[in-house]
Design a protein around this ligand. Structure first.
Ligand SMILES: C[S@@+](CC[C@H](N)C(=O)[O-])C[C@H]1O[C@@H](n2cnc3c(N)ncnc32)[C@H](O)[C@@H]1O
Length: 186
């Protein structure tokens, strides 16, 4: 836990005062989410959470980096919103233990370990949505970014029998090669 935590805490500590902006796939599909609550997985300093809170969702943001979550909470406050935050290691079994069910789960720029998918699906209500947007393997090829954090083509299409795929697409824009998934919870 501490290597990832230390790395990300250092990154967030050295970031400027500007809040992050939401990934375009989330912006484009925000109306496809189920109104209500969102679990933001590996939320960082709030790229997804801040937009979701502005749009009226009740957001709980999870991350291993307390510095990231502190930034997130401060940005949300500046913007007149509130986002609940919880420090946790999403690679540990039972990471979501104690959390209830949510209308949606959102994952931006993070690749969950397979075990987390099994747990995550149980925390989304039937008819809810799971949205993921992150780097694909072409990003690794083009930039050298670690392949471990990149998605193979179609890797998540059948990630869990409780998730029905609504949309899968890939984009290449601004030096980022990304895959995007939108699921409905069955
Ligand atoms: C590229 S950032 C993405 C942050 C945010 N979702 C966004 O779109 O800007 C990856 C995030 O994953 C978090 N992270 C890395 N390993 C983690 C772990 N094992 N458990 C929880 N969070 C983790 C980092 O702290 C970091 O905030």
């Amino acid at each position: 836990m501490s290597a990832a935590r230390d790395k990300w805490n250092a990154r967030y500590q050295s970031k400027g005062a500007q809040p992050p902006s939401a990934p375009s796939f989330l912006q484009k599909h925000i109306d496809s989410l189920k109104p209500g609550s969102v679990l933001d997985i590996a939320a960082g300093d709030g790229a997804a959470s801040l937009l979701l809170a502005r749009e009226g969702f009740a957001v709980i943001a999870l991350d291993i980096s307390e510095n990231g979550l502190e930034r997130l909470a401060a940005f949300a406050k500046e913007q007149g919103n509130q986002v609940a935050t919880q420090v946790c290691d999403l690679e540990q079994p039972g990471a979501l233990g104690g959390l209830g069910q949510f209308d949606n789960a959102v994952i931006t720029l993070y690749k969950p370990v397979p075990e987390l998918w099994q747990e995550l699906v149980e925390h989304v209500v039937p008819g809810g949505r799971v949205l993921l947007t992150t780097f694909n393997v072409e990003h690794h090829v083009q930039t050298g970014f670690s392949r471990r954090f990149c998605l193979e083509p179609g890797e998540l299409e059948a990630v869990h029998p409780g998730l029905e795929l609504i949309e899968y697409s890939s984009t290449a824009s601004g030096g980022n090669w990304m895959d995007h998934y939108l699921f409905r919870r069955l």
